[in-house]
Write a protein that binds this ligand. Structure first.
Ligand SMILES: C[S@@+](CC[C@H](N)C(=O)[O-])C[C@H]1O[C@@H](n2cnc3c(N)ncnc32)[C@H](O)[C@@H]1O
Length: 205
């Protein structure tokens, strides 16, 4: 991301955050306990939702402009959170290190979602959970899906490699994670091509 994109990210997202994303983040993240890893933490919008039952919190963010804003937010919150630059397909942790891994609006942007989900499965303990909020492809054959396909090449250039036609629920299942809860809902106040979304929890058996 450019310095400018990192600067405007929170402002660009504000309306959708207020309309729905903030509530979805709270609902999914506040119950988490134990050791938690968040990938692609961006500017740190999820930080306010982690509760006191999280014993270790590690945030990764490979983009240096986003990471600078993330570090600022962690410091304002009093520290106690580890911040790393590692990309999500090569996480510097032994197998089975975490009780939960959080991915919000990240699997659209990574170059290789299958590699990231394999790495997710590896670092989760047996019984550990992937918690996700992701925007995804619209229903196959719908006019929104046709627009997503038309606009994706340009959108990827404008939005740092963000894909709008990914079937992330299928990718999660293919990675060997058992989907426990899955909600499909439109991201309100977002651009139409990034409105279809999934959120939920998947468990490593
Ligand atoms: C749309 S932002 C989402 C930020 C934040 N998670 C949120 O919910 O608002 C996508 C983030 O994914 C990060 N990202 C892109 N490729 C990544 C990768 N391979 N590994 C980890 N994070 C990545 C970007 O740097 C960016 O901060």
């Amino acid at each position: 991301m450019s310095r400018f994109q990192a600067l405007i990210y929170d402002r660009f997202m504000r309306q959708s955050e207020e309309a729905c994303l903030r509530a979805w983040r709270a609902e999914l993240l506040s119950p988490l306990t134990g050791d938690v890893l968040e990938i692609g933490a961006g500017t740190g919008v999820n930080l306010e939702h982690y509760g006191t039952n999280v014993t270790r919190l590690v945030l990764t963010e490979p983009d240096r402009h986003m990471r600078r804003r993330l570090v600022d937010r962690v410091e304002v919150g009093g520290g106690g959170v580890e911040v790393l630059g590692a990309p999500a397909h090569t996480l510097p942790f032994p197998d089975g290190s975490f009780d939960a891994l959080v991915s919000t609006l990240v699997l659209c942007s990574v170059a290789d979602p299958a590699a990231v989900l394999a790495e997710t499965r590896r670092v989760l303990r047996p019984g550990g959970r992937l918690v996700f909020i992701e925007h995804v492809a619209a229903e196959e054959g719908s006019s929104r899906h046709r627009w997503q396909r038309r606009l994706e090449p340009v959108w990827k250039l404008l939005a740092d490699g963000c894909h709008v036609t990914r079937r992330t629920d299928l990718a999660i299942a293919r990675a060997g994670l058992d989907i426990e809860t899955l909600e499909r809902e439109s991201v309100r106040k977002a651009l139409p091509i990034v409105r279809p979304s999934i959120r939920g929890v998947a468990r490593r058996a």
